[in-house]
Ligand binder design. Structure first.
Ligand SMILES: [Zn+2]
Length: 226
């Protein structure tokens, strides 16, 4: 668990502050906050969350196309099987148990790299890990980056807000954060680089594994199904 003495914590507060139940952010506040979280025209470090949001929307287009053109019982069963595989292996085992909670160790040091480079979700590991650790330390309270206290839409759209890393961390706080992510297997930014990019993962590494894994799985699916 990463603890920080900084008054803002590891993440930047949402524009609507850190509401505590029963106050929920209003629809307008949620929309303003979401636009702020992807506003790469104001802050270049928001480009990655913006690209992720675009990717997320593109998957909705694929979902609609699937229903319109390829719907059959067999196809639905295959899609459900793939969804269960991704949810179990990459969400539960990789992001949650290994990356966030370090619940186990891999015997072979290449296995974390294998998961990192074949993770098809395109969501950066640090973007899952950092807010999720905060989520456990303040469940459903003020400062929890997602949860029922924000309402369903606020919690859903917090996917982008939770990527706003506080760039005012001290060198010591940043080093501690980077060390807590070391086991994932990506090269970390220096303190100075992190103040520019707002991330721990170094430059091109933020996009390369996601692109590679999508090409890999697409090529495999294409080869299997034609
Ligand atoms: Zn957890």
């Amino acid at each position: 668990m990463v603890k920080t003495s900084n008054r803002h914590g590891l993440l930047v507060e949402p524009t609507y502050g850190c509401p505590e139940f029963p106050r929920r952010p209003a629809l307008r506040e949620i929309c303003v906050e979401w636009v702020d979280a992807v506003s790469f025209w104001k802050d270049r470090s928001r480009l990655l969350p913006a690209l992720y949001a675009a990717y997320h929307l593109a998957t909705l287009a694929v979902f609609i196309l699937f229903f319109a053109r390829y719907l059959s019982l067999g196809a639905v069963l295959v899609v459900m099987g793939i969804a269960i595989f991704i949810a179990t292996v990459y969400n539960t085992v990789w992001y949650h148990r290994y990356c966030t909670h370090r619940a186990f160790k891999f015997r072979n040091i290449w296995l974390p790299r294998f998961f990192l480079w074949t993770n098809p979700i395109c969501f950066r590991e640090e973007s899952y890990v950092i807010p999720h650790r905060i989520h456990h330390s303040k469940s459903d309270q003020a400062g929890d980056p997602y949860g029922p206290h924000l309402g369903w839409l606020g919690s859903y759209l917090a996917t982008e807000s939770q990527q706003k890393i506080n760039r005012d961390l001290s060198r010591q706080e940043y080093d501690r954060l980077a060390k807590s992510l070391e086991h994932i297997g990506f090269p970390a930014n220096s303190y100075e680089q992190s103040q520019r990019t707002g991330s721990v993962e170094m430059g091109w590494y933020s996009a390369a594994p996601g692109m590679f894994s999508n090409l890999f799985w697409s090529a495999l699916a294409y080869a299997v199904s034609g």
